[in-house]
Design a binder for this molecule. Sequence first.
Ligand code: KG4
Ligand code: ZN
Length: 337
Amino acid sequence: MTYLLAIESSCDDTAVSVLKDNEVLSSIISSQTVHSEFSGVVPELASRKHIEAILPIVRQALKEARISLQDIEVIAATQGPGLVGSLLVGFSFAKGLALARSLPFVAVSHLQGHLLSPRLAHPELTYPYLVLTASGGHTLLSIVYSPVHYEHIGKTIDDAAGEAFDKGAVLLGFSYPGGPIIDKLAKQGNPKKFTFPVAKIQGYNFSFSGLKTSLLYFLRKQMQEKFVENNLPDIAASYQHAIVEQLLRKLRKAVKEYQLKNVAIAGGVSANSYLREKFRALAEELGVNAYTVPLKYCMDNAAMIGFAAYEKYKRGIVSALDTHVFAREEIYVEKSY
Ligand code: KG4
Ligand code: ZN
């Protein structure tokens, strides 16, 4: 039995989790609100806020897990991809803790955390599985062969799906993050009322930047007074439909081509109710098992980082204390051990 402390600080959430092996004892997330007035995350503000939050959040995570720092045997942290200034706060803090207490340190890819997150609540999900990770920073289609061996078969060539939600929401007059707002509004709307383009990109890659531009032109074109106000739910539902449609078209293609029986969705955008509903319907139609992630583990969190760290640690994979953070993870395939 091993007690792990994991830290996630890749973007605008300071998150800390304590695990006993792969069981989550506590998972604390402190979301920064400072960015809402800027329509997106301001990197410099994010790193400053992480510095203020990290120590209290570590203390809170230990308290909720009802254990003390002396009980912790492994320290883990997100290495990247993400905002370097933000990553450095959690990563350096974790390394300092490991050094001070002479504990093993495990650096974890943020994406690996998301890819494994469906297994946090579904231990019955067996390998290999296909997973669509959609968040504010990433849109990826991956095959997970084992906890430490995965392959990305597709990714966005421009904006992420979450960015499409967030930027669309700004055009409609809402603040960041806009995904949950569009989700809520769309529940009262008709997804077929307006037509927004679904990009046709080769293979399994995605593209969302044209969609945001099409919303901009669509809004500019409207002459009718109070058009947006009067049609908000229908615009939100139709725009959301175009995002979800693209995600699921690629997922459908991959299920057919790779013939995988287990399929999952993960990441912040996978909290979207329309996507979850359409995903389950698609899985049923294709006769595959569908796995979604509980909402608390869709958004950035440290439980998924600790979960991945445990899998690495179990296999004897630990990191040197001179390991660096990285901003971008192109095609990152970890070796099987
Ligand atoms: O995974 P996450 O917390 O952070 C990143 O790794 O980026 O994802 C945040 C993203 C934001 O773009 C947010 O708007 C989106 O997830 N999001 C949603 C919903 N909840 C969060 N998008 C659509 N519908 C939602 N319900
Ligand atoms: Zn994320």
